[in-house]
Design a protein around this ligand. Structure first.
Ligand code: AMP
Length: 461
């Protein structure tokens, strides 16, 4: 199956071919004809599946072949498609994709998000764009100021809708829906289907085509996953050891807190390892700089909190390290989804101390598999170490939308923070790690060599 067989015209296929894509991914095979047909769509797809091209390509196709019928009398191009994303970084990436795939069409695109000056965006909107990518907060700011005209929207995309709800954007989304023309095509993309998402889909979509390409909460099969049991205070030297001995040169590292991210960057610098942190206390320009240096290969380590990292798309990112395990098991799946994208292989390693055995058990339950464990020579965990409660200082008493990453596009607080604030007590069943066996299952052998998991081809990627 080729891209042109899916109904895309030559000028779009040409741009796609230039990107090196020869075959559409499973989501693209299904979504492209569905969107071209003009109906609504409910798509279950994780990031890494090629979903962005899955909606961008058919939108370009539709807009380039249908006539514009502006409902207002201005000379500027009316905004015909609105794509809403949960984070600034994702908004920027989606717009980059739109402009890459649309380079041989006569359509143009723009992006607006919070944390940066509003004036250049006002200018952009004045000149007019066919496809606008936005975070909800800044979009509403423009609406309130009267600097945006949404009366000609023909297609609305909610990208990563589950994350938008998770970050407290439901009220903003409802406000946006209320100002859009009622007759339009709606596309909703979400990695998971909570009751909240189903309610939103019921309200938004009219007789939608339904597509699901990756099983809910399944980890992408092409990612080799491994656990290194280690003492709490040896995580940093172990990470430096792994980076140096394996000569990793592009590593995305997740910490639980902003403070932990900053501290780790300082510690790595002392080892001569070049790293930067992205989290909610960093300015938008610092985050953009860190991300672009990481993407172009001049920065070895990017340390991120969960929300700051959402939606980051880096082609063929080889290594993801869970320096701290996430306290919400689903975040593990999101984190390791940064690697092994769209057919590329990747490796995700987790540095797990005695405090985190319960979190590890929860993750393994969610992904329905036990992760192989490997104790690294020189980093054998103390078998008598006692679990301590995990402090989640950055999250304590704060709404989630403003905590881990703060990149919520408009600095709007989350309305109903989930039960991830506060302390998590650790594993009562947490047993000290044994060199001869699995830390929690003494009968289970510890894997001494890396055992890449490649079962079942690309899986959800
Ligand atoms: P997404 O799920 O949209 O975040 O896309 C994940 C990655 O897959 C991006 O880096 C895209 O450049 C890449 N990609 C998208 N479509 C294809 C394709 N048909 N073949 C190969 N790579 C693709």
């Amino acid at each position: 199956m080729s891209f042109s067989e899916l109904g895309l015209s030559e000028n779009i296929v040409r741009a796609v071919t230039e990107q090196g894509y020869t075959t559409p991914t499973p989501i693209q095979k299904q979504a492209i004809p569905a969107v071209i047909s003009g109906g609504d769509l409910l798509a279950g797809a994780q990031t890494g599946t090629g979903k962005t091209a899955g909606f961008t390509l058919p939108i370009l196709q539709r807009l380039s072949t249908s006539a514009i019928t502006p409902k207002n009398k201005t000379d500027r191009r009316p905004i015909r498609t609105l794509v809403l994303t949960p984070t600034r970084e994702l908004a920027a990436q989606v717009e980059e994709s739109v402009s890459t795939y649309g380079k041989y069409t006569n359509l143009n695109s723009g992006v607006i998000f919070g944390g940066v000056g509003i004036n250049p965006q006002i200018k952009l909107l004045k000149n007019g764009v066919d496809i606008l990518v936005a975070t909800p907060g800044r979009l509403l700011d423009h609406h309130q100021q009267g600097t945006i005209d949404l009366r000609n929207i023909e297609i609305l995309v909610l990208d990563e809708a589950d994350r938008m709800l998770d970050m407290g954007f439901i009220h903003d989304i409802k406000k946006v829906l209320a100002i859009l023309p009622p007759k339009r095509q709606n596309l909703l993309f979400s990695a998971t289907f909570s009751d909240e998402i189903k309610t939103l889909a019921d309200r938004l979509l009219n007789n939608p085509a339904m597509i699901e390409v990756a099983r809910r909460n399944s980890t992408v099969e092409v990612i080799a996953q491994k656990v290194h049991p280690v003492d709490r205070d040896k995580k940093h030297p172990l990470l430096a050891h792994l980076i140096k001995t394996h000569q990793w040169n592009q590593v995305l590292v997740f910490t639980r807190t902003k403070h932990g991210a900053n501290k780790l960057v300082e510690q790595l610098a002392k080892d001569g390892i070049n790293g930067m942190a992205i989290h909610g206390n960093k300015s938008q320009s610092a985050r953009t700089k860190a991300l672009s240096e990481f993407k172009d290969g001049s920065l070895t380590v990017l340390v991120a909190t969960d929300i700051a990292a959402r939606g980051i798309d880096i082609d063929q990112l080889p290594h993801v390290v869970n320096y701290d395990l996430p306290n919400v098991p689903e975040d593990y799946v999101h984190r390791i989804g940064r690697t092994g994208r769209a057919g590329a292989t990747g490796e995700a390693v987790s540095l797990v101390c005695v405090d985190e055995f319960k979190l590890l058990a929860d993750i393994e339950k969610l992904i329905k598999r036990q992760l192989p464990q490997e104790i690294i020579d020189g980093f054998i965990p103390d078998p008598h170490a006692k679990a301590q409660p995990i402090q989640l200082r950055s999250f304590q008493g704060q709404p989630r939308g403003n905590s881990g990453g703060g990149n919520n596009g408009g600095n709007r607080p989350r309305q109903n923070a989930p039960a991830r604030s506060g302390n998590v007590s650790t594993a009562s069943q947490g047993k000290p790690a044994q060199r001869s066996g699995d830390a929690r299952h003494p009968s289970r052998p510890v894997v001494k060599q890396s055992t890449p998991r490649r079962s079942g081809g690309r899986g959800g990627a």
